[in-house]
Design a protein around this ligand. Structure first.
Ligand code: 5GP
Ligand code: ZN
Length: 112
């Protein structure tokens, strides 16, 4: 298992930094984004530490999307975005691979 002592998301996985956890398995951890773009905005991450998608073994990546799918269903949103940024030019801020699951509430909802 790859882990980085300096990584904020590795600290969240270990529980050294608090988070609102919504899912955990052997390979995957998911928690609510601290600055949500909508209600239910979650981050789904491999426990394996790597900055970019290209750093993560396929066997770990394969378990990510089913979790994002479960969280999308649990959010109740019919529409949602799954986003994953790699590198500064692509707007990545935290250097531990993460998939955003962002529910898109209809125009009458907002943050609720
Ligand atoms: P990026 O731009 O790297 O794709 O997105 C990083 C995301 O991580 C941002 O949406 C930001 O709000 C979230 N984030 C950064 N630090 C923390 C933290 O300490 N806790 C949580 N829950 N989310 C964080
Ligand atoms: Zn990490």
């Amino acid at each position: 298992m790859s882990s980085s002592a300096a990584c904020i998301f590795c600290k969240i996985i270990k529980g050294d930094i608090p988070s609102f956890k919504v899912f955990e398995s052997d390979k995957v951890f998911a928690f609510l984004d601290i600055q949500p773009l909508s209600r239910g905005h979650a981050l789904v991450i491999p426990k394996y530490h790597g900055a970019k998608l290209t750093d993560i073994p396929d066997e770990d990546l394969l378990e990510i999307l089913p979790v994002a799918k479960k969280l999308a269903i649990a959010s109740g949103a019919t529409d949602f975005n799954i986003l994953q940024n790699n590198g500064r030019i692509a707007h990545q801020v935290v250097d531990h691979v993460h998939f955003h699951m962002i529910p898109k509430p209809n125009e009458h909802e907002g943050m609720g």
